[in-house]
Design a protein around this ligand. Structure first.
Ligand SMILES: Nc1ncnc2c1ncn2[C@@H]1O[C@H](COP(=O)(O)OP(=O)(O)O)[C@@H](O)[C@H]1O
Ligand SMILES: [Mg+2]
Length: 401
């Protein structure tokens, strides 16, 4: 396996860890700030209480004026309600909405007071002669905002990470598409010239006295047919392929017949079907053949040239998807089971990655291509349905009707 996949998941882990660290650091640091601002507000309130007491118990002079201006009026942030134990005496920084009726503002004030009682113990102001006032207060708006700030930041970091991830992966997918399509088109194009020349040579030989009856013409014809199939596949994958209602059983049979003639006789193919013989499926024959061929060739490799490959046609219930409106499409599946070496469970997804191979001379493109053909071009599904190491594997191809 190419190391790139290990590397990719390592990068993902590193990014996730960094995001977590940023999140944790924000929380810790903001908590520190919150603690400090909160301490300072407590100090401020104590000072405020002292100032109240000082003003009430002193004669009015320049000192009281100073205290009033610098301490009492200087608090423009911390909401305060002063009571005499029963009734509200005065309030500061409460930011009540404008235009409230008296009854409403009294009710609102009571609610605020109840809230404040829960938050902090009130500060007692002895007024002398047994009279007492209580100062209730709550956190300033700044402090309250500061408390919610880590949450806001974590949500923002999360959103950014999600957006970046989708932007990144969709641009990578678009790039991959261009490579696949461009390469396929180019291949089909390049094969075209020698192929038509070969067809010309074949016609020439058929006319000639010397070769007319030689088996070479027949063999040449087979190779030409083979090259035509390859060209057709590449040109289909390099353009928007046409899907038609094809007889699924017949198409599968043809594909298998062709394969059986080209692999060892020790591999036994068989087809089973739960479906009526005329069941159609929407597919592009050259591309579907290519998928069956890739999967079966892998099966032959996994069985080391000896064993059984069974294709089973069945109806499957489509999964409902939230993004597709209306009735879900009717679907059929072709299950391709071999008696080969099997795939370990943690590799079920990896086998479809381009470049993933366990073979000395493998390219690791067969299943990537097959998945692409089925999922992008046919809007179907291709996945490992079952596999056990040493027992065999089932690939499932799901097609729409
Ligand atoms: N039927 C199967 N049984 C066991 N392993 C399989 C089977 N099909 C695919 N694989 C595994 O998936 C890998 C990728 O397959 P593929 O994409 O066709 O590339 P390649 O055939 O070039 O290795 C194979 O190398 C093999 O390890
Ligand atoms: Mg292969």
């Amino acid at each position: 396996m190419l190391p790139i996949y290990n590397q990719k998941s390592r990068i993902k882990i590193v990014v996730a860890v960094i995001a977590l660290l940023i999140g944790a650091a924000t929380v810790v640091y903001t908590n520190l700030l919150v603690q400090r601002v909160s301490d300072r507000e407590q100090e401020q309130i104590k000072l405020y209480a002292k100032a109240q007491k000082f003003i009430i118990s002193s004669e009015v002079d320049s000192n009281t004026n100073f205290v009033f201006e610098e301490i009492i009026n200087a608090n423009t942030t911390i909401p305060i309600i002063l009571t005499d134990g029963q009734n509200v005496v005065s309030a500061k920084n409460m930011n009540l909405p404008r235009g409230l009726s008296t009854a409403d503002s009294v009710a609102l004030m009571q609610r605020e007071l109840a809230q404040m009682k829960l938050l902090h113990a009130p500060i007692l102001v002895e007024l002398g002669a047994g009279a007492r006032n209580y100062i209730f207060y709550k956190d300033s708006q700044l402090l309250r905002q500061l408390r919610t700030y880590p949450l806001v930041q974590i949500v923002v970091i999360g959103c950014l990470a999600i957006i970046a991830y989708f932007a990144f992966s969709s641009s990578r997918r678009a790039e991959q598409n261009r490579v696949w399509v461009g390469l396929a088109k180019e291949t089909a194009h390049q094969l075209g010239t020698p192929l038509s020349s070969l067809v010309g040579w074949q016609a020439y030989l058929r006319e000639s006295e010397r070769f007319r009856d030689e088996p070479i013409i027949e063999e040449l014809g087979k190779d030409i047919r083979r090259l035509e199939i390859i060209t057709e596949r590449f040109s289909n994958i390099g353009s928007v392929p046409v899907l038609k209602d094809e007889n699924l059983l017949q198409t599968t049979r043809n594909a298998i017949e062709y394969l059986q003639s080209r692999v060892s006789k020790k591999v036994v193919f068989s087809i089973e079907s739960d479906l009526p013989t005329d069941t159609p499926a929407r597919l592009n024959v050259p591309l579907f053949d290519w998928v069956i061929e890739n999967i079966c060739k892998n099966a032959v490799d996994a069985m080391q040239g000896r064993g059984a490959i069974t294709l089973h046609l069945r109806r499957v219930r489509p999964r409902r998807t939230w993004y597709r409106r209306g009735a879900p499409p009717r679907q059929v599946a072709v299950d391709i089971t071999d008696t080969g070496s099997g795939i370990p469970k943690n590799k079920f997804g990896n086998v479809f990655m381009p470049g993933f191979t366990t073979k000395k001379r493998g390219w690791g493109l067969g299943l990537a291509l097959a998945k692409r053909i089925i999922e992008n071009y046919h809007e179907g599904k291709l996945f490992v349905k079952w596999s056990e190491v040493g027992r065999g594997t089932t690939f499932r191809v799901v097609l729409n009707q």
